[in-house]
Each structure stands twice: as structure tokens, then as C-alpha cells.
Design a protein around this ligand. Structure first.
Ligand code: TXA
Ligand code: MG
Length: 352
């Protein structure tokens, strides 16, 4: 049975955190809040504990994990030669939603790195996560705490929906704030490359790094069998149970008109239609029997990001047969949102 402990997200109770730290040290799995999404933690130095993460999530073995540490100063323990840019990035973005992929890190078992010669590190900006890492006294390997392929969890309830009975403990610190995962930045090559857009936006990274490339997988769904630099990008992910069709285009009225036309056609054929829409266009779909979920205004990608995964999970409860999703402008946090929606669609993207 999974224990559920409620903790204060700002000043977590020290004795609860000590208990959770002890579970990690003893090889158990602890789900915990971060500022992005909930993570499922294990002692990153314990191969058996880390193997338990893959088992609990049903995660493919070739998808490596992020190692969560309490401060960038810890890096020198694991990486011999740090690129000079790491300390600049750490000063600006850590603690925070940036994951740095670095060459080296033989200290970690292959269960963490999936056998790659790089390791991904992040210092999370959440008091519970930081206190837990400190209490554990070890680096904490943690993917998002969802069953593999499902939308990432932004509340402890989402974690329990997917993993109840499969993990020792969930620390419940309320909803995570950002709602999308960290930006994964590959610093192992000559040029920095964004492997996954996330909470640290491209424009802000470029203030420190100069121009930063996006990995080709960011704007599409890589085909299984390809060897993308970020192994995680080749899987359909973040997906609700019903198939999702994504409608992209800069003119949101045309996007909405196209969604509405398909909704009418599908609904006439007896299909239960779900629509992911934004405040600007949601009224168009009223009163026609569709299940409409609205994660905020299209013009406020931060709000959309915060409510995105919860909205996708909502369609499961509504029991729709298909989801027609409006896109937003892929800029700033909007890029992270669109990356997740493209992945959730498994490539079913309609450009309007
Ligand atoms: O915000 C986040 O990053 C959350 C919280 C819990 O910290 N974690 C998270 O982990 O999203 P996960 O496992 O769901 O996603 C990790 C991503 C995957 O796409 C994985 O392929 C990539 O990071 N990754 C991990 N290690 C890598 C490496 N050595 N090289 C390239 N990509 C790596
Ligand atoms: Mg994940």
C-alpha cells in the first residue's frame, strides 16, 4: 500500500521529510512535488532502487533519468570536466526548471543513464524536493511520477491514479506550479541543443549562451527506430486514453472553425467528442453536446502550461472517444505546451 503524507509546500515538516529520506536511502520509491511536475525518486547510486522506477512506471529501459541534486556544487563530485558555461547557467537557472546533460558520470549505474556516456542533472526549485534530497543524503534519480506514456502528474492524486500500490510513499505538497517539465539542454557536444523545451524558455537560455539550437524532435514526433539524442522523445507520451488530434495554425479563428467542422461530423456519426479549447474560442463550442475543457487563455501560455496535464486527464474522466485539441503559438512556454500536445497526438497533427 502506498503511503500518502501531506506536507507543507513552503516549510515542510522536518520529521516527515526525514521519514521520506530514509525510505529513499533504504532503496524505496518516493513520489514528491517539484516546481514542474511530480517526480518519482530513487537513490541514483542504487541500481536496484532505480530499476524499481522502470518497473513501477512501465518505462522503456532505454530512456534515461534525470539526477536531482541539491546544488550545482555537488556536480564536481560526479563530473571531471565541467564545461565553463555550466556555472553561468547554474547561477541563472538553478534551482529551477533546467536539466543539463553533461558528458561523464561513470558514478551512476546504467539504469540511470540507460548506458549513455552522459548524465542529466537538475536542481529543482521546490522546498519539499530540496529538503528531501538533503535528507536522503544521496542524489535522487527521478522521472515524472506518471505511468509511462500518460500525462505527467501535477498533483499527488494524479500520482496515486497511476502508481498507487506500486510505490512506497507520495509526499503531497499540493499542485506543482509550472505544470510542464524542465527544459532538457544537451551540453555534451560542441553546441548546446535543446532536447526538450520546458520551463526554462529558449529566449532566456540564449541570453546566457547565445543562439541555441532545437533538436529536430522538438517540433515533431520522431519515428521509433530513429536514434534521437534524447531517447525519451521517440515515444508517444503525455497521452490521454482517447486519441488526440491536434489542430495547428497561427489564425485561431480558422483553427476553431476547423475543429468545429470535425466535431460536427464526428458527433453526427455517434462519436463522443472532447475539445481542448481556450477562453477566446471556447464559446463557439457551447450547447452542442461536446465535452469542452479550457486550460485558460491562448494568450497566456503560462496558465495553459499549468493546467495542461490536468486537462488531458480530465478527458479520461469525461469518457470521450476522441479529443480535438486547438494549438497555441509555439513561443516561450507555448513551445513546451505544443511539444507535449504534438507528442500526445502521436503525430496526428492537422495544419490549418
Ligand atoms: O521537470 C522535470 O524534468 C521532471 C521533474 C520530476 O524533475 N522530470 C522529468 O523526467 O520530466 P522524465 O524522465 O519524465 O524526462 C526526462 C527526459 C527524457 O526525455 C529523457 O530521455 C531525457 O530527459 N534524458 C535524461 N537523461 C538524458 C541523457 N543522458 N541524454 C539525453 N536525454 C536525457
Ligand atoms: Mg516523463
Amino acid at each position: 500500500k502506498t503511503r500518502h503524507l501531506v506536507v507543507d509546500p513552503v516549510q515542510p515538516d522536518a520529521s516527515l521529510i526525514q521519514q521520506a529520506g530514509a525510505v529513499l536511502r533504504e532503496g524505496g520509491l518516493v513520489a514528491f512535488p517539484t516546481e514542474t511536475v511530480y517526480g518519482l525518486g530513487a537513490n541514483a547510486l542504487d541500481a536496484r532502487a532505480v530499476a524499481g522506477i522502470y518497473l513501477a512506471k512501465g518505462r522503456p529501459a532505454d530512456n534515461p533519468l534525470i539526477v536531482h541534486i541539491e546544488s550545482h556544487r555537488v556536480l564536481t563530485r560526479y563530473i571531471d570536466e565541467l564545461p565553463p558555461v555550466v556555472s553561468l547557467l547554474a547561477a541563472r537557472f538553478w534551482p529551477g526548471p533546467l536539466t543539463m546533460v553533461l558528458r561523464g558520470g561513470r558514478s551512476f549505474p546504467p539504469e540511470v543513464t540507460a548506458g549513455l556516456d552522459t548524465v542529466a542533472f537538475r536542481v529543482p526549485a521546490h522546498p519539499v524536493a530540496l529538503a528531501l534530497i538533503r535528507a536522503a543524503g544521496v542524489p535522487v534519480a527521478a522521472p515524472s511520477a506518471n505511468a509511462s506514456g500518460r500525462p505527467s502528474p501535477t498533483t499527488a492524486a494524479h500520482v496515486l491514479d497511476d502508481l498507487s500500490g506500486k510505490i512506497a510513499l507520495v509526499l503531497d505538497g499540493g499542485p506543482s506550479g509550472l505544470g510542464v517539465e524542465s527544459t532538457v539542454l544537451d551540453l555534451s557536444g560542441d553546441q548546446p541543443v535543446i532536447l526538450r523545451p520546458g520551463g526554462a524558455i529558449q529566449r532566456d537560455l540564449e541570453q546566457v549562451l547565445g543562439p541555441v539550437e532545437l533538436d529536430p524532435s522538438v517540433n515533431g514526433v520522431a519515428v521509433a527506430g530513429d536514434r534521437p539524442r534524447s531517447p525519451g522523445m521517440k515515444y508517444t507520451h503525455y497521452a490521454p486514453r482517447a486519441p488526440l488530434l491536434l489542430f495547428e495554425g497561427r489564425d485561431h479563428e480558422r483553427v476553431a472553425a476547423s475543429v468545429l467542422a470535425d466535431a460536427r461530423r464526428l458527433s453526427a456519426g455517434g462519436t463522443k467528442v472532447g475539445i481542448l479549447a481556450y477562453s477566446e474560442t471556447a464559446p463557439l463550442y457551447d450547447g452542442q453536446g461536446y465535452s469542452v475543457v479550457v486550460p485558460g487563455k491562448r494568450s497566456e501560455p503560462g496558465t495553459v502550461a499549468a493546467l495542461l496535464y490536468e486537462s488531458l486527464r480530465r478527458f479520461d474522466q469525461l469518457g470521450v472517444d476522441v479529443i480535438l485539441a486547438e494549438g497555441i503559438i509555439p513561443d516561450g512556454l507555448g513551445l513546451a505546451v505544443m511539444n507535449r500536445l504534438r507528442r500526445a497526438s502521436g503525430g496526428h497533427v492537422i495544419t490549418v
